[in-house]
Write a protein that binds this ligand. Structure first.
Ligand code: ATP
Length: 376
C-alpha cells in the first residue's frame, strides 16, 4: 500500500500540478518550421495528447515543454512561471521516452533512485520514495532485479516509476508504448491513465497512434506541418472533425464529394454520388461544393425493398451491391458499390452473417448526425 508521504490526488496540493500555457511558439531547424505559431492551454491535472503524422512537430513541442529546445519566439508557462528559457533540470518535469533506457548494470531500485540522488535527497527519504514509486507501478517485488530480468512491460513500469519518483509537476511522455506488443500496450494505457488521474498529474503525451489517443486522452490536439489543426475531447474530434485531414487521420472514413442543397429544420441536404444525404450538423451555402465524411461504423444495414417507398421511410437510405468482404475478427468490413462509388461499412454484430455474400444487393442507412460536412 502507498504510504501517506506520497500524496494522492486529494492531498496532492494544487501547486504540485500545473496548467501549461503555450503561446505563439515558433521553432525552426534551418529551413524547417517544426512549430509554426502553436498556441494551446493544457489544464491542471489533464491528460493531454499531441497527435499527428510523422514530422508534424509533436516531439519538438514536447521537447520545448521539457526544456530541451528553446523556441525561436513565443512563450511557455507552467502556471504563473515563465519557463521558456529555463533548462530542463529546473522545470521539475518527469519524462518517459519511447526508448526507456534503464541502466542495465543497476538494479530496478537503483534506476528509480537515480533522479533523487542527483537531487541530493537523503538516503532514508530516498529509500522510502523509491519504495512508494515502485508500489505505485506495482513493481515492489522486482526491486532487486536487473532490467534484463524483466519483461518489456515491466521495464516500462520501472521507467514510469523513475519519472514519477521526483514528484514532477507534469509528466511528459514521448511514444512511451511503441516498443511494446499489442496486449502490453493496452495494459500500460490504463496504467498510465490511472497514475495520472490518481496523482492528479498534468500529462502531455505524444503519439501517432490515434487509438491510443482516443482511448486515453482528456483532450487532444491533432497537428499537421507544425500547426494545430484541431483541439478538443476525443469524441468531438472523432465525430466532428473540422477538416478532411483530421477525419482521415483519426480513423477510417468514407469521403463523398457533395453539393449543398436546401436547409430544413432537420438539417441540410447534400447531393452525392450515393444519392441525396441529410446532415444534421452541416451548414454550407446552397450550391457550395464540399465533402461529407461517414465513418464505416455509422452505416447501418437497412431493409431492402421498394426503393422509392424506402427512401420516403428511411432517411439517408442507400442501396448497392456487396463488392468485397473482409473478416476483421471483431467485425466484418463490407464494401458496398453504389454505382461507381464505394462505401465501406463495419458490421460488428453477427459478423458471420452468411446471407450477405458477394454480389448480394444490400441497403444501408445513416443517421443524419453521422453525416459530417467538411470544407472541400
Ligand atoms: P515523429 O512522429 O516521426 O517523431 P514528430 O511529429 O515528432 O515526428 P518532430 O520530431 O517534432 O516531428 O519534427 C518536426 C520537423 O522538424 C521534421 O520535419 C523534422 O525533420 C524536423 N526536425 C526535428 N528535430 C530536428 C533537428 N534536431 N534538426 C533538424 N530538423 C529537425
Amino acid at each position: 500500500m502507498l504510504s501517506a508521504t506520497w500524496t494522492r490526488a486529494e492531498e496532492h496540493g494544487a501547486e504540485q500540478m500545473v496548467p501549461i500555457s503555450i503561446q505563439h511558439v515558433v521553432k525552426t531547424f534551418g529551413r524547417v518550421r517544426a512549430l509554426d505559431d502553436v498556441s494551446l492551454e493544457i489544464e491542471r491535472g489533464e491528460l493531454f495528447f499531441l497527435l499527428g503524422p510523422s514530422g508534424c512537430g509533436k516531439t519538438t513541442l514536447l521537447r520545448s515543454i521539457a526544456g530541451f529546445y528553446t523556441p525561436d519566439s513565443g512563450s511557455i508557462r507552467f502556471g504563473e512561471r515563465d519557463v521558456t528559457t529555463l533548462p530542463p533540470q529546473k522545470r521539475n518535469t518527469g519524462m518517459m521516452f519511447q526508448n526507456y533506457a534503464l541502466w542495465p548494470h543497476m538494479s530496478v531500485e537503483a534506476n528509480v533512485a537515480f533522479g533523487l540522488k542527483v537531487r541530493s535527497v537523503a538516503r532514508a527519504e530516498r529509500s522510502r520514495r523509491v519504495a512508494e514509486a515502485l508500489a505505485m507501478v506495482r513493481m515492489s517485488e522486482y526491486a532487486k532485479r536487473k532490467p534484463n530480468q524483466l519483461s518489456g512491460g515491466q521495464q516500462q513500469r520501472v521507467a514510469l516509476a523513475r519519472a514519477m519518483v521526483i514528484r514532477p509537476q507534469c509528466l511528459l511522455l514521448d511514444e512511451p508504448l511503441s516498443n511494446l506488443d499489442a496486449k502490453l500496450r493496452l495494459e500500460m494505457r490504463s496504467e498510465i491513465r490511472r497514475l495520472c488521474k490518481e496523482f492528479n498529474l498534468t500529462g502531455v503525451y505524444v503519439t501517432h497512434d490515434q487509438k491510443e489517443a482516443l482511448s486515453m486522452a482528456d483532450r487532444m490536439a491533432v497537428m499537421f506541418k507544425g500547426r494545430v489543426a484541431q483541439l478538443g475531447p476525443p469524441e468531438e474530434l472523432y465525430c466532428k472533425p473540422l477538416s478532411a485531414d483530421v477525419a482521415d487521420f483519426l480513423g477510417e472514413t468514407n469521403f463523398l464529394d457533395a453539393t449543398a442543397l436546401d436547409v430544413s429544420s432537420e438539417g441540410q441536404r447534400f447531393r452525392t454520388a450515393a444519392g441525396d444525404l441529410l446532415s444534421a450538423n452541416g451548414r454550407a451555402a446552397k450550391g457550395a461544393r464540399c465533402r461529407v465524411s461517414i465513418r464505416p461504423e455509422a452505416l447501418q444495414i437497412a431493409a431492402i425493398g421498394d426503393s422509392a417507398a424506402r427512401r420516403e421511410a428511411d432517411v439517408n437510405h442507400v442501396e448497392g451491391v456487396v463488392r468485397e468482404r473482409v473478416y476483421l475478427g471483431e467485425a466484418a468490413q463490407l464494401e458496398l458499390a453504389v454505382g461507381s462509388t464505394i462505401l465501406r461499412l463495419n458490421l460488428t454484430e453477427r459478423a458471420d452473417r452468411p446471407e450477405i455474400g458477394l454480389r448480394s444487393p444490400m441497403a444501408v442507412s445513416v443517421d443524419p448526425r453521422d453525416v459530417i460536412v467538411l470544407s472541400a
